[in-house]
Every structure is written in structure tokens, then in C-alpha cells.
Design a protein. Structure first.
Length: 150
């Protein structure tokens, strides 16, 4: 085959360090746009993105020449530097070290896009920790809660 075709859809979830509420509502659209641009620079297309003050969700079509871990390293590292330089919060902006990266099939895209779009309403009823544990259980991802929140 002369051309490579890929469509690998990944739902990323990651939080600020210690889940500190550092993403101010007025900065959020700028931060999201910046992060989408980083992903695009690596051949990845962001299908949906949203979050609240302490975490984000990104639905990304992974590019054919980057790994999941390298994309997260670039998105999180570059956006942290950008936040601290361009829109410094009261304390140093950092992302939590880990992240969730969950595969999704095309048939689940519309439901996930709606879920991501309604993050602010969703988190009026549920914390980030409750949400993440629910998602991990739904996807059948093994975890040890003793090591999740440090």
C-alpha cells in the first residue's frame, strides 16, 4: 500500500497538579486552543475538548507518527510553560504527572462529544475523582486507588 491510513481515537483525561483549580474560566478557551494547536503540530486532530478548573478531557484522533505518551508529554509540558509565561496563576501551573488515555470506537464518538461538552454541568454533581473512577470502571481499566491521587 502506498499510503498509510489511520484513525485511532483516544479520550484523554488529565488534571492539574493536586487537582488545584488553576484553569480560570477566562483563560480556559485560550488554554484549550493552545493545547489543540500543540496536538495539531503533531498531526493529531482534536475532535472535542472541555473541562473545568482542575482537569480537561480531549478526544483526539492520534497522528500516525506520534505515540500516546509523547503526545501527552508535549501537550502537558508545552501548555504548562505557556500558562506560566502568558497567564501566570497565583501559584505555579503544573499538570498531574499521569493521565488516562482510553480508546474509543467511531460508534461512541457522538456520545463522548456530548459528555465532554457538558463537563461544567456534570461537575455540579460529581467530583473529578468520582468521575475518573466511574470512567475507569466503565472501560475495565485496572487501578489501585492508593496510588491515584498523589
Amino acid at each position: 500500500m502506498a499510503t498509510t491510513f489511520t484513525k485511532i481515537l483516544i479520550h484523554f483525561i488529565f488534571s492539574t497538579k493536586n487537582r488545584d483549580p488553576l484553569i480560570a474560566p477566562e483563560i480556559e478557551p485560550l488554554l484549550h486552543a493552545y493545547m489543540i494547536g500543540i496536538a495539531r503540530n503533531y498531526g493529531c486532530w482534536t475532535i472535542a475538548m472541555n473541562g473545568i478548573q482542575d482537569h480537561v478531557h480531549m478526544l483526539v484522533s492520534l497522528g500516525k507518527q506520534i505515540t500516546v505518551s509523547h503526545l501527552m508529554e508535549e501537550v502537558k509540558g508545552d501548555s504548562s510553560r505557556w500558562m506560566n509565561k502568558e497567564h501566570p496563576p497565583a501559584q505555579l501551573f503544573r499538570w498531574q504527572e499521569g493521565y488516562a488515555a482510553l480508546s474509543i470506537g467511531e460508534s461512541g464518538v457522538e456520545a463522548l462529544k456530548a459528555y465532554i461538552a457538558h463537563q461544567k454541568q456534570h461537575h455540579q454533581r460529581k467530583t473529578f475523582q468520582e468521575e475518573l473512577l466511574e470512567i475507569l470502571k466503565k472501560y475495565g481499566v485496572p487501578y489501585d486507588e492508593r496510588y491515584m491521587w498523589t
